[in-house]
Design a protein around this ligand. Sequence first.
Ligand code: SF4
Ligand code: SF4
Length: 224
Amino acid sequence: MWDHIEIVFWLLGKSDNRMEEVDIAFVEGSVSTKEEEDLAREIREKAKMVVTIGACANSGGIQALRNFMKQKEFLSVYPNPRFIESLERSVPVGEIIKVDYEIWGCPVNPSILENFINSYLHNKKPSIPDFPLCMECKIKGNICVIDAYGIPCLGPVVRAGCGAICPSFKRGCYGCFGPCKNPNIDALILWFKNMGLGEEEIKRMFENENAYSPEFKRIVEGLK
Ligand code: SF4
Ligand code: SF4
C-alpha cells in the first residue's frame, strides 16, 4: 500500500513539506486561531478530498471545553494575555470547511485509517464504523459493565472503532470515539438516573474531548 502513497505535507513527520494539490488531506486538530482558519481554507482549496481525523478535528477536542465559558475567564491565568490571539471559540474543522469523511477517536485507530487508504486505492467506498460501541463490545464477548457491576458506561451512544478497550478491562467507556450515529442519549440518561446517578455526575460524563459535538453539547449545556 505504501508504495502507492506520497506524503507531501506533514509538519510533524518530515522536514521537506510542500503545500500543493493533493488527492486526500487528512486534517488533525481543531480550529482555534485565525491562522488555523486560513490554513483550513487553503487545504480545502488544494485537496480533492478532506478527511478529518481525531476528536479535535471532528468535535473541537479538549480545547473546545473553553467554548462553554467566557474566553476572558481563561485569559486571566496568563501574566501577559495580550499576546494571546485566538478565536472566540475553538471549533471542529467541519464548521469552517466542507469535510468529506470523518474518522473519530482520541487517538484514532490506525487500522481504520489504513482501511480508509486501502479503500481509496481500490476505488471502494470506505467503511468507517458509526454504530454503537456496545456492538463491538458484544462481538468481543465482554460482560456488560453496567449490568454486571453497575459501572456507568457510554457505550450505547459512543461510536465503535476502538475495539471496546475500556469495557474489556472492566471499565466504563468515557466517550473518546465521540457520538455514534443517531445516539439515543435520553434513554441512556434515564438508565443512569435509575442507577442512582445525579444530573451533575451524568453531565460530567459527557464533558470529555467530544463535549462540543452537537450530540454531547446538549447534555453538557444542562441536560435539556
Ligand atoms: S460494557 Fe458498555 S459498551 Fe459494553 S455492552 Fe455494556 S454498555 Fe455497551
Ligand atoms: S471504550 Fe470508550 S473511552 Fe475506552 S477507548 Fe473505546 S471509545 Fe475510548
